[in-house]
Design a protein around this ligand. Structure first.
Ligand code: NAD
Length: 362
């Protein structure tokens, strides 16, 4: 009898339930093919959780995630919750989940697929061959640093405060993920900071530089974040692995995402010091197209592949999913976000059906 893997599904809001349904179908087919026992449980997060329980991350959800072998998340958020107090907003649920599971590293691959070069807004010669991994620190920095809040000054004026802070150990553990990731790729690591202005970045640069001696096979460079933003659109092929802080990584990984043509194609993995990770698309809940069967489910499906590869150590099943995604693109199927002339337009559920067909052939 093979091992049973418990997977917690967090469909969340907006297009989340639609793209999650496709990913679960794909996982079920792959499980059958590879004789894996996958046991799914669904839990609430984000706006859906606020509606049902009054809070964005119910204790039962965090507990279910802790008890599982992997968490597959879709997306959270929507305009109707934007004006709630900060601690009740959907995003707070997501931050709480990452913190509660100790997930301090977010791995975001951005590789251009040959079939989608024309979906990029940049010129073919700039993006052809782009293949990078952004390693973003996830549980520290300005999103978590104290003090934070909106305070009233002595003159009665309001003052918004966030604090960008990193300890040496927080920097060291993410730098290590950066070096180890670079080692599995092209042995090139670019650490992005703002050390010319921020003390917290100076400490970041010092620690990353100190760690480089343990990785003589990895070529380390440093870049200021403003230059990195520029270089990402000017000459993105220069990057292999990027390691950076929470805020800078949030922004740069979205820019890297757009190099590939669509945010609807990009998966990510959030990892900590155990094998329990959260696997989720880079994109948000796309409320503008929610419920219209227009969403691209491929980032969610590729997140399921990352769950199999990094979370459950099932690389063959992950490979099969990734090959089937390439196959449907080869056959010309495109959702609206990656559409180009001459291709076959499909919605979210139809993309799911052609994926299942492809899976049965790879
Ligand atoms: P978004 O990623 O949801 O959407 C940006 C644009 O990309 C929209 O035009 C959307 O239609 C499109 N898009 C996104 N995913 C797509 C897909 N799979 N297929 C086709 N098109 C897709 O970002 P946003 O509009 O800035 O945010 C919307 C909501 O999502 C907000 O509430 C925000 O807080 C939340 N959000 C959540 C996450 C997350 O769950 N990790 C990440 C980012 C934003």
């Amino acid at each position: 009898m093979s091992q049973t893997y418990r997977i917690t599904l967090l469909p969340g809001d907006g297009i989340g339930p639609e793209i999650m349904a496709v990913a679960v179908e794909v996982l079920n087919v792959v499980a059958k093919q590879d004789n894996l026992q996958l046991e799914f449980q669904t839990a609430l997060i984000g706006g859906a959780a606020i509606e049902a329980t009054g809070e964005p991350l119910p204790a039962a959800t965090l507990e279910a995630c802790k008890q599982s072998d992997g968490v597959l998340l879709a997306a959270i958020g929507g305009y109707q919750w934007d004006n709630l107090p900060r601690h009740l907003r959907p995003e707070t649920g997501l931050l709480g989940l990452r913190a509660g599971l100790g997930l301090f590293a977010n791995l975001r691959p951005a590789a251009i697929l040959p079939q989608l070069i024309d979906a990029s807004t940049l010129k073919r010669e700039v993006v052809e061959g782009v293949d990078m991994m952004v390693v973003r620190e996830l549980t520290g920095g300005v999103y978590f640093g104290e003090p934070k809040g909106i305070f009233t000054t002595e003159t009665g004026e309001k003052r918004g405060v966030n604090t960008m802070a990193y300890t040496e150990s927080e920097i060291d553990r993410i730098a290590k993920v950066g070096f180890e990731t670079a080692r599995k790729r092209k042995h090139k690591l670019c650490s992005v900071d703002k050390a010319n202005v921020l003390e917290v970045s100076q400490l970041w640069r010092d620690r990353v530089t100190a760690m480089a001696k343990d990785y003589p096979d990895v070529e380390l460079t440093h870049m200021y974040v403003d230059n990195a933003a520029m270089q990402l659109v000017r000459a993105p092929k220069q990057f292999d692995t990027i390691v950076t802080s929470n805020l800078f990584g949030d922004i740069l990984s979205d820019a890297a995402a757009m190099l590939t043509g669509s945010i609807g194609m990009l998966p990510s993995a959030s990892l900590g010091s155990t094998s329990l990770g959260v696997f989720e698309p880079v994109h948000g809940s796309a409320p503008d197209i929610a419920g219209q069967d227009q969403a691209n489910p491929l980032a969610q499906v590729l997140s399921a592949a990352m769950l199999l590869r990094y979370g459950l150590n099932q690389p063959a099943a992950a490979d099969r999913i990734e090959r089937s995604v390439l196959k449907v693109l080869d056959r010309g199927y495109r959702t609206g976000d990656i559409m180009s002339s001459g291709m076959i337009p499909v919605g979210c559920s139809a993309m799911g059906r052609v994926l299942i067909e492809a899976l049965e052939q790879v």
